[in-house]
Design a protein. Structure first.
Length: 308
């Protein structure tokens, strides 16, 4: 078992959880989409996150999905989202998945936190609940959690909790936070890997500011991998050209409430999963939305041919 460290980089794709149309977990598609992500350039996988519809799964189903993906991924590291309202659930799932061979766990703060003291206290408790030796990814996603963690508090958490080895950066606007964290590191602060979410919508700029890669679930993970590699190699313009070709689809995925349905529809069109079904509550796309996506895919394919 390879544990997550602060040197991690690349693309840790946020995996969807495939379902049959009746809502049952589709294990065959889970194998297929795991293979798909790895074949398209993922250096790691993250499961049971918000895109994985984790709140809609039972604890037993969460363990089933984790066991299946970790076994299928082989040597590719798998991070498991264990966020939950109560610490007991974090403890139970963290211990289970680490025993299965997970590389680490991801924890987002509950939306009830308001003050710096509350946030700090929570992460001390949550990291302890996960286990003192368990690598933790801190998910900073204020758009979803309403919890604001400023740079100063973030650095205190990194200093006091060495098991936090990665930041899933999803603040928006958040480029200045990346710059501040990397400047602090140069001044002596402990290094933490930074992988960015939000569908990759700011990926070229984030990597140029010092992020180590992406942790998001865009339905074309090969774009994420290409852009990260090119920016880190100094080929900024080539990276931007590739990113710009995909940008209309990246933008379309950003629609609040519809993004996951869009993502699953594209993954199904690409043959990565058998069905685009969301587990209830969750609505399928309207025919008009499907037609818009198909138009964007056709334009993307034309643009990629032009780029060569």
């Amino acid at each position: 078992m390879t544990l997550l460290t602060n040197t991690a980089r690349g693309v840790y794709v946020i995996s969807c959880t495939p379902f049959h149309p009746d809502g049952a977990v589709d294990l065959d598609s889970l194998d297929r989409v795991t293979d798909f992500y790895i074949e398209k350039g993922a250096t790691g996988l993250t499961i049971l996150g918000m895109m994985g519809e984790a709140p809609k799964l039972t604890q037993e189903e969460s363990r089933l999905v984790a066991r299946h993906v970790i076994a299928r991924a082989g040597k590719v590291p798998v991070v498991v989202g264990v966020s939950a309202p109560g610490l007991a659930a974090i403890t139970e799932l963290s211990h289970s998945v680490m025993d299965m061979g997970a590389a680490g766990v991801m924890i987002a703060p509950p939306s009830s936190l308001r003050t710096d003291a509350q946030i700090k206290g929570y992460f001390h408790q949550a990291c302890g609940a996960a286990g003192a030796d368990v690598p933790v990814v801190l998910q900073d996603f204020p758009l979803a959690t309403s919890v604001q963690i400023d740079t100063g508090l973030m650095l205190k958490l990194f200093e006091e909790l060495p098991q936090i080895v990665m930041l899933k950066h999803e603040d928006w606007p958040g480029l200045a936070k990346i710059t501040a964290l990397r400047k602090a590191e140069k001044a002596g602060a402990r290094r933490v890997a930074i992988l960015c979410g939000n569908g990759g919508i700011f990926l070229p700029e984030e990597v140029a500011r010092g992020a180590d890669g992406a942790m998001t679930g865009f339905a074309y993970p090969e774009m994420l991998a290409q852009v990260v590699d090119l920016v880190q190699a100094g080929e900024i313009d080539r990276a931007q050209d590739i990113f710009d070709a995909y940008l209309p689809l990246v933008r379309y995925e950003q629609q609040p409430g519809a993004g996951l349905a869009v993502r699953k529809y594209v993954l199904a069109r690409r043959g990565a999963i058998a069905s685009a079904a969301l587990r209830a509550p969750g609505a399928p796309l309207a025919a008009e939305a499907e037609a818009e996506i198909l138009r964007l895919i056709a334009r993307l394919e034309t643009r990629l041919k032009e780029l060569g």
